[in-house]
Design a protein around this ligand. Structure first.
Ligand SMILES: Nc1ncnc2c1ncn2[C@@H]1O[C@H](COP(=O)(O)OP(=O)(O)OP(=O)(O)O)[C@@H](O)[C@H]1O
Ligand SMILES: [Mg+2]
Length: 500
């Protein structure tokens, strides 16, 4: 048969004309791959942030749109991607599954359960980037979120909807403090989400075990992106956690979310930006790392209707330097910080809260009235004590008032020490602070203070249960109740026999 050249061309043209042009555009080809990132040619209409499917089963998200190619970060590092592999657009952004069934579960950012408790039924899939509620949609923070830690609830109180940064060197009890806050939400209709970013798997496993042992896992979700996971999943983890938190909030619950820690998150994002060849800025972080964290943390808060997301981001610093780039960013984004001090930690003052450097910019307004009444002068007393302590180190003779202040300060510091995973109710805290405020502890040797205070609390819980419950319900202490407390404390002091 005699086929002309022009015929072949027209045959091709006809064939192409029948195929919708759009479909051709949806497919691209991998040009280059390495370091969990690949360049793909041919995805002309692709969007920033769009999810891309690879022929070989991998998935990725677009992070750069160049003229001739797009740069895609991969979601799996165990599925190989080859050059010339075909990829397809999905037309949607990265989504995560949400459902009430998530409570009690440990998942990764790809909705895969890590706890061998079977598949999870999701109610819907939501974009992990959501618009942030404006000023008009928000409500003032007026309810307290008890963290179960005496030094936090009395000195740096946190309100529901607040964002409070936990900042400190390595190994200063940052995670322990956040876990205590989660433990304290038991039986309180507050759901907790713990987002682990770039930590060792063993740490996460230990944490889950603790939550289970303490009976709070049923009210919690753990989202984990371990140090060994692709850098993209570490970047996504806090956004997935936040999306789940927003879902719970939309269902009418208060939520507590812990991001452990955003230093690793920033490092993951820096790695991605450098691989994308974006210009490095201060400490080699990209210029938009502030926006990264602000758009995450602005999603916390209390909305009209009264339901809230309280965020406890954690940031690790080096050699006490709170002026590094990421810590200063986070300090300015959040509503206060809890500074954990290595020096105090090593002295055995745990939780090692440095009262001078810790603040809560809104919590005071939301502090439970009963605790507020007990803590009026505590901060000042501690400040005076710390000042005197420096002075006393010179071995100078101190006058009587200073000596008394030192003795009181010493007792306050002793009382604020708290073992790991021991969480107090606010009434327990009130009772202990009462003992300090009304000088019941002044006559005791420092070593006995803890025992005395904890025994007093159990004494009230058991013998004066009604009194205890009334305060628990009203959250306030009336003048009469205050007098009653005096009576009970005197009675207890007489009965108390210290352990030998
Ligand atoms: N209140 C406490 N009382 C006694 N020990 C504590 C207390 N809080 C924390 N610890 C201990 O201190 C160690 C460090 O705690 P944790 O892991 O919470 O610190 P971190 O700051 O989160 O550390 P990293 O920087 O490694 O994340 C742990 O061994 C923990 O058991
Ligand atoms: Mg930690």
């Amino acid at each position: 048969m005699d086929i002309k050249y022009t015929d072949i061309v027209s045959l091709f043209e006809n064939a192409l004309a029948q195929k919708p042009q759009k479909e051709l555009d949806e497919v691209g080809i991998v040009l280059q791959v390495g370091d969990n990132i690949c360049r793909v040619h041919g995805l002309k209409n692709a969007l920033y942030g769009e999810v891309i499917n690879f022929e070989g089963g991998n998935k990725g998200i677009i992070f750069n749109l160049d003229e001739d190619y797009v740069s895609i970060f991969l979601l799996y590092n165990h599925i190989p991607v080859e050059e010339s592999e075909v990829v397809k657009r999905t037309g949607h952004m990265f989504k995560c599954g949400v459902s009430m069934d998530l409570l009690g579960r440990v998942i990764n950012v790809l909705d895969v359960p890590l706890d061998s408790m079977g598949p999870i039924k999701f109610e819907e899939y939501r974009n992990i980037e959501q618009p942030i509620a404006g000023v008009v949609d928000r409500m003032p923070i007026s309810q307290s979120l008890s963290t179960g830690t005496l030094s936090i609830d009395s000195l740096v109180p946190i309100g529901r909807g607040q964002r409070e940064l936990i900042i400190g060197n390595r190994n200063t009890g940052k995670t322990a403090l956040a876990i205590n806050a989660i433990l304290s939400q038991k039986n309180k209709q507050v759901y907790s989400i713990y987002v682990s970013i770039g930590q060792r798997q063993a740490n996460v496993a230990r944490l889950v075990q603790t939550l289970q042992q303490q009976g709070v896992m049923d009210n919690s979700v753990v989202v984990a992106a371990d140090a060994g996971d692709p850098v993209l999943t570490q970047y996504l983890a806090p956004f997935v956690g936040c999306t789940i938190a927003e879902y719970f909030r939309s269902k009418g619950f208060d939520v507590l979310i812990v991001y452990d820690d955003l230093t690793n998150h920033a490092t993951a994002y820096r790695e991605m930006s450098l691989l994308l060849r974006r210009p490095p800025g201060r400490e080699a972080y990209p210029g938009d790392v502030f926006y990264l964290h602000s758009r995450l943390l602005e999603r916390a808060g209390r909305l009209l209707g009264g339901f809230s997301i309280t965020a406890l981001p954690i940031v690790q610093i080096q050699a006490d330097d709170i002026t590094a780039y990421i810590p200063t960013n986070l300090i300015s984004i959040t509503d206060g910080q809890i500074f954990l001090d290595t020096r105090l930690f090593n002295q055995g003052i745990r939780p090692a809260v440095n009262v001078g450097l810790s603040v809560s910019r809104v919590g005071g307004a939301a502090q439970t009235p009963a605790i507020k009444r007990m803590t009026k002068s505590l901060r000042l007393e501690l400040a005076q004590y710390n000042e005197l302590l420096d002075f006393a180190q010179f071995g100078t003779e101190l006058d009587e008032i200073s000596q008394r202040r030192l003795a009181r300060g010493e007792r306050a510091v002793e009382l604020l020490k708290q073992a790991q995973f021991v969480s107090y109710t606010f009434v327990d805290e009130c009772l202990m602070l009462f003992l300090l405020k009304e000088k019941f502890l002044d006559i005791l040797p420092v070593k006995q203070i803890h025992e005395f205070a904890t025994h007093f609390v159990s004494f009230v819980q058991n013998i004066y249960k009604e009194f205890y419950d009334t305060i628990y319900k009203s959250q306030e202490i009336t003048d009469d109740q205050y007098q009653e407390m005096f009576k009970i404390a005197r009675e207890f002091s007489k009965l108390y026999v210290p352990k030998k």
